[in-house]
Design a protein around this ligand. Structure first.
Ligand SMILES: Cc1ncc(COP(=O)(O)O)c(C=O)c1O
Length: 346
């Protein structure tokens, strides 16, 4: 049996031989003393790409988001986010524990919020209310199916935030996917935010790591809180070198993941018992509905596994499949054939 087609997430990618080679040669030092040349180079590169003053290498996208919330708020504040956002759903309640803030969630269309929703959600200056302090947007939006924020919407949200004195954080775990799909530069989006994070260990294919960017004072504050969390990683230049390699070699190819995702969505839309509109698939995330009367997300997932195809049950009747560096067109065709076989057998 050939190796499985792993569509569970773009986090499953393994470092390529070329990336591993670069990692073995990376110059390293003690990063807690600020002396790791590879980490320093990665941080400078990330800050330049995002058009921000400074950036900090952190172990995960979760830590980047949590540091952003920490540095942009005070205990007792309120943060506005979309209901499907990562910090609200998948960061173990970290914002409550680490920053003592209240999350106020708003329902977006495919994860995307409109400026009017933000405006209407801002609390009045009233002692009964937690002061609204920050807005977090997610681009692309994972639970929204890899949806992309129109840049005009981001600019309009910034105007609302500015007029109410709110800070803005971008969870850009997949910001480079948004850029590959739109042709915009990371800095085009990043200019509207006080802090921006992106992940090296998703579509970019590095084994570990994320960055958070912002002004020098904000990143200095984030560095302190990273230390509080035990996130100083010493000779982690080996990992930073993988990140630099990923930024140099794995950004342009993201369009291949997007066309593989489209191929998958198109093929799925032609099957009886599956529902998906391929138009909704803008990047590398494909969320489809199982409508077959005798099947659901969990039994389709289990049966796909027996065919060597791995996906994630997303809800009771929805499945998520994500394309990435380690899945090619043939893999997508194998997945489609397997799903078609399961539907026919049922
Ligand atoms: C949108 C988004 N933000 C943040 C994260 C967190 O990244 P990590 O798994 O590195 O903590 C993820 C992970 O899937 C994500 O999808």
């Amino acid at each position: 049996m050939p190796s499985p087609v792993d569509l569970r997430s773009d986090t499953v990618t393994k470092p390529t031989p070329e990336m591993r080679e670069v990692m073995t040669k990376a110059p390293v030092g003690d990063d807690v003393f600020g002396e790791d040349p590879s980490i320093n180079a990665l941080q400078e590169k990330a800050a330049a790409l995002l058009g921000h003053e400074d950036a900090l290498f952190v172990p995960s996208g979760t830590m980047a988001n949590q540091l952003a919330i920490k540095v942009l708020t005070r205990a007792g504040d309120e943060v506005l986010l979309e209901a499907g956002s990562h910090p609200y759903n998948s960061e173990s309640g970290g914002a409550a524990v680490f920053s003592s803030v209240q999350l106020h969630v708003l329902n977006g269309k495919r994860g995307l919020l409109e400026p009017e929703q933000i405006e209407n959600a801002i609390r009045p200056d009233d002692i009964h209310c937690a002061p609204t302090r920050a807005v977090c947007l997610e681009n692309t939006h994972n639970r929204g199916g890899g949806s992309i924020y129109p840049i005009e919407t981001v600019a309009a949200v910034r105007e609302v935030a500015k007029s109410h004195g709110l800070s803005m954080h971008l969870d850009g775990a997949r910001l480079f996917n948004a850029c590959a799909a739109t042709g915009l530069k990371p800095s085009d989006y990043a200019q509207y935010f006080d802090t921006v994070s992106f992940c090296l260990s998703k579509g970019l294919g590095a084994p570990v790591g994320s960055l958070i960017a912002g002004s020098k004072p904000i990143i200095k504050e984030a560095l302190r809180w990273r230390k509080v969390l035990g996130g100083g990683m010493r000779q982690a230049g080996i990992l930073a070198a993988a990140g630099i390699y990923a930024l140099d070699h794995h950004v342009e190819r993201l369009v291949e993941d997007h066309s593989n995702a489209k191929l998958l969505a198109q093929g799925l839309s032609e099957l009886d018992g599956i529902e998906i509109d391929p138009v909704d698939v803008e990047t590398n995330i494909v969320i489809f509905q199982v409508t077959h009367p005798r099947l659901n997300a969990s039994n389709v997932t289990n049966r796909l596994k027996a065919h060597g195809v791995l996906v994630l049950p997303w809800t009771s009747d929805q499945i998520r499949a994500v394309t990435h560096l380690d899945v090619n067109r043939t893999g997508v065709e194998r997945a489609l054939t397997a799903i078609e076989t399961i539907l026919k057998e049922s």
